[in-house]
Design a protein around this ligand. Structure first.
Ligand code: SDX
Length: 376
């Protein structure tokens, strides 16, 4: 068991009004609205508005944010010139980290750091991320770019640009719910990274770039991709009938099973509840339940062996797989949602800022005198 406070466990790093978690009860809320109310009812555009304005939008306000997100979907020319090289030479999350940073170059608001300019920059980042991910995939597969359709929701437009045809309403709605489920999560590692950067009064693009860099790791946002690789490995071994032994073997060899466990939740991650249900729905719709069945066997084995629950990444993998999103785009898709939370937290940090600079516990050698080279 980790030493108390290691990894800042249990340390309150900042006050926030954007989201809250009760890890014991398994409750997640955005500005007071329970995720179990938001998932079935909210669109991702409503969620973006809520995180940034701390209120649900009126019909007029929702129309305005949909129009604003709809018109800002194309990357600027500087970024577009980079995309072919990024598509051929970089991994997806490296592309996103680079393209996010590069998109500050020609931002219409330049280096204006006013509250109004930062809100516009936040909307531009939320709008452009799905296009960057879809263009990256089209370019690396030598497929023609599918330009954004401003008439589609952010969720439906991503699936359209990625696949080249309009997703059916059920799939588009499931992906829309995934975006709301992944949008924010209090002081997770990538949001904290973004806030630390913002607290130095660095710019919003730099802070979001820091968030992307942190999300990339397999202990954080990178887990969903690892989950799908595990599912594929089990499929190759023979499918659901092999899942239990495979999982128990990993656990008994002290290998972490990706998609399980959480620093805060000590019961089911409420997001997993919705993702499990949607994975089941998509499995039935597709007529191929194997990924879902394998997931269920893994879940049962981890619970029986370690009493650990699935987190947001576990069933997200099956959902994205059934939506025919390439496995190495799972984490970039997470970023397409979490950029809404990152930018909301960055603006909240700017609004009531103090440099984030924690203390340390020194465990190195006692103070000692200099030794000349000849004496070492
Ligand atoms: C996300 O923080 C957030 O909010 C993140 C996130 C968000 O929305 O932003 O929720 C998104 O990042 C979800 C987590 C995705 N990562 C994974 O699925 C990777 C696998 N999970 C583990 O690495 C782990 O559970 C963490 C990193 C998520 C949490 O790690 P902690 O709190 O540091 O827990 P730990 O590593 O100290 O483990 C505590 C115990 C240990 O057992 P003992 O050694 O005490 O016997 O639980 C065990 C661990 O071995 N354990 C696991 C496990 N996770 C914890 N054992 C096997 N498989 C696992 N996945």
């Amino acid at each position: 068991m980790a030493a108390p406070g290691k990894g800042l466990e249990g340390v309150v790093a900042a006050e926030t009004a954007i989201s809250d978690i009760d890890g014991k009860e398994g409750v997640l809320s955005y500005v007071g609205y329970d995720i179990h109310d938001l998932a079935p009812n909210a669109t991702f555009e409503e969620t973006c508005y809520l995180l940034h304005n701390l209120e649900l939008p009126t019909e007029q306000q929702l129309d305005e944010i949909k129009e604003q997100l709809g018109r800002e979907r194309e990357p600027n020319d500087f970024v577009m010139d980079l995309m072919p090289q990024l598509a051929q030479n970089t991994a997806p999350m490296s592309m996103l980290r680079t393209a996010c940073s590069a998109s500050s170059a020609n931002d219409p608001d330049g280096w204006d750091t006013s509250e109004e300019a930062n809100y516009r920059k936040a909307m531009r980042l939320i709008a452009v991320f799905p296009t960057l991910v879809a263009y990256y995939d089209r370019l690396r597969n030598d497929q023609p770019l599918v330009r954004p359709d401003s008439g589609l929701s952010l969720a439906a437009n991503f699936l359209y640009m990625l696949k080249g045809d309009k997703a059916d309403d059920a799939e588009a709605r499931i992906f829309d719910i995934c975006l709301t489920l992944h949008a924010d999560h209090t002081m997770n590692a990538s949001t904290f990274a973004a806030r630390v950067c913002a607290a130095t009064l660095s710019d919003i693009h730099s802070a979001v770039t820091a968030g992307i860099a942190a999300l990339k790791g397999p202990l954080h946002g990178g887990a969903n991709e690892q989950v799908m690789r595990m599912i594929k490995e089990i499929r190759n071994l023979g499918g659901a009938g092999k899942a239990r032994d495979y999982t128990i073997d990993k656990l008994r060899n002290k290998v972490k099973v990706m998609g399980f466990g959480h620093r805060v939740y000590k019961t089911e991650d409420p997001r997993a509840t919705h993702l499990r249900r949607m994975a089941k729905e998509l499995a039935e719709k597709s007529g191929d339940g194997s990924n879902y069945e394998i997931s269920q066997e893994i879940e049962r084995a981890v619970m029986d062996e370690k009493g650990i629950y699935p987190n947001v990444d576990f069933y997200a993998a099956s959902v994205y797989g059934y939506l025919r999103i390439p496995t190495d785009l799972f984490t970039p898709v997470f970023a397409c949602s979490r950029v809404s939370g990152w930018t909301a937290h960055v603006r909240e940090q700017y609004a009531d800022n103090r440099l984030i600079r924690p203390d340390h516990a020194y465990v190195g050698p006692e103070r000692r005198s200099w030794k000349a080279l000849s004496q070492r």
